[in-house]
Design a protein around this ligand. Structure first.
Ligand SMILES: [Zn+2]
Length: 95
């Protein structure tokens, strides 16, 4: 296992896939005061559509606590070294 302190590129979370992840699948989450991205995994370009569909299924089964809100699951371009809040949302049908 190689560890680097910077320029760490996560791998696609699909089992058996060795490609570097290009996207983060996430949904904007809030409990009324705090806001963050709820992470549904990372994926390569090839598995993007598959993983997005799987994440949306998981999102449908999610139970929210009182006061919690979760926005639609979307794709965010993964940029090494960027914070979640700095990731750019990727429009569907475009890449
Ligand atoms: Zn993959």
């Amino acid at each position: 296992m190689r560890l680097r302190h910077f320029e760490y590129v996560p791998k696609c979370s699909v089992a058996g896939c060795d490609h570097p992840a290009a996207y983060k699948i996430a949904a904007p989450w809030s409990d009324g005061s705090a806001r963050e991205l709820k992470n549904y995994g990372v994926c390569c370009v090839e598995h993007r559509d598959h993983e997005l569909a799987a994440a949306r299924k998981r999102r449908e089964g999610l139970r929210l606590a009182e006061g919690e809100t979760v926005g639609p699951v979307g794709l965010y371009k993964l940029t090494p070294g960027s914070l979640d809040s700095q990731l750019a949302k990727v429009g569907e049908g475009k890449s």
